[in-house]
Design a protein around this ligand. Structure first.
Ligand code: NAD
Length: 512
C-alpha cells in the first residue's frame, strides 16, 4: 500500500506534465493524510528567486493588460479545456494529497471548470457606467482597468479551487497572477501550473512568460509577497490569524487585500422544518470533507419543540457514518490533514466537556496505524454557547444547542467573531424572511433549507467580521481585481465648473 501511493502520485504528476525534478529531492516533504506516507519532496523557492519571480510577473502584467479582454478570455477557455481533459487525474491527486473523498476531489476540479466558464463570459462583460453629467456638453463615465499582479495565498483544504476562483477572474481582468499555495499541498499546485502552461502554449505568443507563476514555500515566502509593493492586490485564503497579519501588512503599504478567512457557521432548525431534509443537510454540512471546509456547519440551534425528535436521529447518523480511507472503500469521512489537526480536535472536545457538553463520537479511528489521523465526527450537546463553541476548530465537531424564539437563535448565531456562512431550515415564510432580512443573519452567505457549505461559483463568496470581508468567485467580485477610473469629458467650447464654481481669469483671448 505504502509504496503504491508514492508511485501513483508520480504517475499522476507525470501524466499532468510536471517534471520530476520539481517534486523529488527537494526540501519540502509532502505526506498523504490517507496513510501518512511520504509521497514527494518538493523544491522550494528561495527569497531571491521569489523576488525575481515577482519582478517577472510585473513585466508580464505590462504586456497582458494590452491584450483585449475577450482574447484574454480565450486563454481561460483553453485552461478550462485542460481541466476537463485532466479532471480525473487532478481530482485523484487532490484526494491523495489532501485526503478528500473521490467525489469531492472531482468536485473541486469541476468548480475550477465552472469558474473558467464564468470568467470566459465575463471577459466580454467588464462593464463600466455612463453617468449623467451636471454640466452641458459633458459626459461622465466610469471604466475598469487591469490593476497589476495579483498575489494569491491559498489554504490546504481547497488546494487548487481557491487559486482558480482568483486566477480565472484576474486573468480575464488583465492581471498576472503569483501563487503561494499551502506548504501542505504543493503537488496539486505544481500540477495546476503545468496545466496552465499547456493552455498558454496553445494560446500562443500573446500570453507573456510569467503570466502565472508559482512560489512554493512556507509562510516566509508568503510574507515576502505580501510586503512587495509591486503586487497591488493580495488575495489571501486561510485562518483568521493569517488574515490579520496579511491585512495589516498590505494596508500599511496601501495595497488592496481580499481576505477569505475562518468561519464558525451555524444553522437554525425551526419548528416548521422538514426534518428528513434537515437531517441529511446537517450530516453533509457538518461531516463532509471531515469538517475541513471553511463553510463547515459547526453550530446547530434546534427549536426546543423539535430537539428531542431531531437530535437522537442525528446521533444515530453520527454513529453509523463510515470513516476510513476513501480510496479503499466507500467511506464518507476521510482523514484529518495531520496530527496537529487531530490534537486540536481533541483539545476542543475536552474543553467542551469542561464547559458542560455531552460528546457523542470524536474518538480516533485506527485506519492505517500511527501515521494517519482519522476521527469519528463528534456531535456535542451544549448547555450554552461558551468556550470552544465560539472558536473555529478545523475538524468535524458539531455543537448542538436548544432555543425557544427565532430572535434568540439569530442573536446567538450572530454572537461570534466570524461571519462566513449560515442557514435556516423552515417552511414558515415569515421565519425564512426574518432570517434573510437586515435583522437576520449577519453572514456573507445565508441559505434556506440547506446547510451552510457547498457554494456555487455564480454567487459572490466570502464573509463578514473576522472572516475578512473579501468576496471571490461570481457576481461582481471581479471588480476587486481591477482599478476603477472615472472620466469627465468636455466636448463643448466653454469651461463650466462643477457645483457652479466660477474662476474667471484674464488672458483667455489675444486682446486681453
Ligand atoms: P493557514 O492560515 O494556516 O495557511 C493558509 C496560507 O497562508 C498558507 O499558504 C500559509 O503558508 C500562508 N500564511 C500563513 N501565515 C502567513 C503570513 N503571516 N503571511 C503570508 N502568508 C501566510 O490556513 P490553513 O490551515 O491552510 O487552512 C485552514 C483555514 O483556512 C481555516 O481557518 C479555514 O476556515 C480557512 N479557509 C477559508 C476559506 C474562505 O474562503 N473563507 C476557504 C478555505 C479555507
Amino acid at each position: 500500500m505504502t509504496a503504491s501511493l508514492r508511485s501513483e502520485v508520480t504517475t499522476l504528476l507525470d501524466s499532468l506534465g510536471v517534471s520530476a525534478d520539481l517534486y523529488s529531492g527537494g526540501t519540502l516533504a509532502v505526506t498523504s493524510p490517507l496513510t501518512g506516507e511520504r509521497i514527494a519532496e518538493v523544491a522550494e523557492i528561495s527569497a531571491d528567486e521569489a523576488k525575481a519571480t515577482i519582478g517577472r510577473a510585473a513585466e508580464a502584467f505590462k504586456v497582458w493588460r494590452r491584450v483585449p479582454a475577450p482574447r484574454r478570455g480565450e486563454l481561460v477557455r483553453l485552461l478550462g479545456e485542460e481541466l476537463r481533459a485532466n479532471k480525473d487525474a487532478l481530482g485523484r491527486l487532490v484526494t491523495l494529497e489532501v485526503g478528500k473523498v473521490p467525489s469531492e476531489g472531482l468536485g473541486e476540479v469541476q468548480e475550477m471548470i465552472d469558474i473558467c466558464d464564468f470568467a470566459v463570459g465575463l471577459s466580454r462583460q467588464l462593464y463600466g457606467l455612463t453617468i449623467p453629467s451636471e454640466r452641458p456638453d459633458h459626459r461622465l463615465t466610469e471604466q475598469w482597468h487591469p490593476v497589476g499582479p495579483v498575489g494569491i495565498i491559498s489554504a490546504f483544504n481547497f488546494p487548487v479551487a481557491v487559486w482558480s476562483w482568483n486566477a480565472a477572474l484576474a486573468l480575464v481582468c488583465g492581471d498576472s497572477v503569483i501563487w503561494k499555495p499551502s506548504e501542505k499541498t504543493p503537488l496539486t499546485a505544481l500540477a495546476m501550473q503545468a496545466l496552465f502552461l499547456k493552455a498558454a502554449a496553445r494560446f500562443g505568443n500573446d500570453a507573456p512568460a510569467a503570466l502565472s507563476t508559482l512560489l512554493v514555500g512556507g509562510r516566509d515566502i508568503g510574507e515576502l509577497m505580501v510586503e512587495d509593493r509591486r503586487v497591488p492586490v493580495i488575495s489571501a485564503t486561510g485562518s483568521t490569524r493569517m488574515g490579520r497579519d496579511v491585512g495589516e501588512r498590505v494596508a500599511r503599504r496601501f495595497g488592496r487585500s481580499i481576505l477569505e478567512l475562518g468561519g464558525n457557521n451555524a444553522s437554525i432548525v425551526t419548528p416548521s422544518a422538514d426534518l428528513d431534509l434537515t437531517l441529511r443537510a446537517v450530516a453533509f454540512g457538518a461531516m463532509g470533507t471531515a469538517g475541513q471546509r471553511c463553510t463547515t456547519l459547526r453550530r446547530l440551534f434546534v427549536h426546543s419543540s423539535v430537539y428531542d425528535t431531531l437530535v437522537p436521529k442525528l446521533v444515530n447518523v453520527y454513529r453509523g457514518i463510515s470513516v476510513g480511507n476513501p480510496i479503499e472503500g466507500a467511506a464518507l469521512v476521510g482523514p484529518l490533514i495531520d496530527a496537529a489537526s487531530f490534537g486540536m480536535m481533541q483539545d476542543s472536545l475536552k474543553a467542551a466537556v469542561d464547559a458542560g457538553g455531552t460528546v457523542h463520537g470524536g474518538t480516533r479511528v485506527d485506519v492505517n496505524g500511527e501515521a494517519s489521523f482519522y476521527a469519528r465526527p463528534a456531535l456535542v450537546e451544549m448547555p450554552s454557547q461558551v468556550g470552544p463553541v465560539l472558536e473555529e476548530t478545523f475538524a468535524p465537531i458539531l455543537y448542538v444547542m436548544k432555543y425557544d424564539t427565532l430572535d434568540e437563535a439569530v442573536a446567538l448565531q450572530n454572537d461570534v467573531v466570524q461571519g462566513l456562512s449560515s442557514s435556516i431550515f423552515a417552511t414558515d415564510i415569515r421565519e425564512v424572511e426574518q432570517f434573510l432580512s437586515a435583522r437576520g443573519s449577519d453572514c456573507g452567505i445565508a441559505n434556506v433549507n440547506m446547510g451552510p457549505s457547498g457554494a456555487e461559483i455564480g454567487g459572490a463568496f466570502g464573509g463578514e467580521k473576522e472572516t475578512g470581508g473579501g468576496r471571490e468567485s461570481g457576481s461582481d467580485s471581479w471588480k476587486a481585481y481591477m482599478r476603477r477610473q472615472t472620466n469627465a469629458i468636455n466636448y463643448g467650447r466653454t469651461l463650466p465648473l462643477a457645483q457652479g464654481v466660477t474662476f474667471d481669469v484674464d488672458g483667455g483671448s489675444a486682446e486681453a
